[in-house]
Design a protein around this ligand. Structure first.
Ligand code: ZN
Length: 225
């Protein structure tokens, strides 16, 4: 597999795309591009007297999306760095809006080549999204997602770094429903856009065990070492 490539995972909250991205990153030595991490860092370090950023932060905390232009700028800066280092990337939080994909795709194509960009859609119903997210947990140190599967139910420390497990404040049923609706309205059009541009969007059933989803991704996207 060509090391310098881009894999884009798109799916609703709870589809496990973050976990799959991490697994792909590990297997193929790709950079796991976590847009949410970049956004969280930006807000964490934000000047509280900055009214624009403060308003964005409030929106984001209530489950809405950050203004696309802002996210776009943060993302592109990082992607350019990675491309210049010759690193491949797996995305699981971007492109998240039509605005993003319209603006990002030409830059991705220029930096990585169209033939090295793959897109996958991990599918999940709203019902399953709410069910999974109401119990969703992450580790404190590196925000590793702790999947909502029986084998992880009783763990109290992150299997990867030993840090405590915390529950995200976003995860109540109403917020999850807003996020799911936001996904349908804002993110699903990204898939249509990619198809329009001639990309094959590979569909994967997200309502399966983690390992099985991963297997499907490798097979259906024809990803090999
Ligand atoms: Zn961790």
């Amino acid at each position: 597999m060509n090391a310098k490539q881009i894999i884009i995972l798109i799916g609703p909250p709870g589809s496990g795309k973050g976990t799959q991205a991490e697994m792909l990153a590990d297997k193929f030595g790709l950079f796991n591009f976590e847009t949410s991490k970049i956004i969280e860092e930006k807000f964490k370090n934000a000047d509280s007297s900055d009214k624009v950023i403060t308003a964005e932060k409030e929106n984001w905390k209530s489950g809405k999306l950050v203004t696309p232009r802002l996210v776009f700028e943060w993302i592109i800066d990082r992607v350019k760095e990675l491309a210049s280092e010759g690193k491949g990337i797996v995305f699981s939080g971007s492109p998240r809006t039509l605005f993003e994909v319209e603006n990002e795709l030409p830059i991705f194509e220029e930096l990585y080549g169209r033939e090295n960009i793959r897109a996958l859609n991990i599918k999940l119903t709203e019902e399953e999204s709410v069910k999974r997210n109401s119990k969703r947990r992450i580790c404190e140190k590196n925000r590793h997602p702790i999947p909502n599967f029986p084998e992880f139910e009783n763990i109290e420390k992150c299997p990867k770094d030993g840090s405590p497990i915390i529950t995200r404040f976003l995860d109540n049923a109403e917020t999850i429903k807003i996020r799911y609706q936001t996904y349908l309205e804002e993110t699903e059009p990204v898939l249509a856009f990619l198809k329009e541009k001639g990309y094959e969007v590979i569909e994967v059933n997200g309502e399966q065990p983690i390992e099985k989803v991963f297997e499907d991704i490798l097979t259906d996207a024809n990803l090999q070492m």
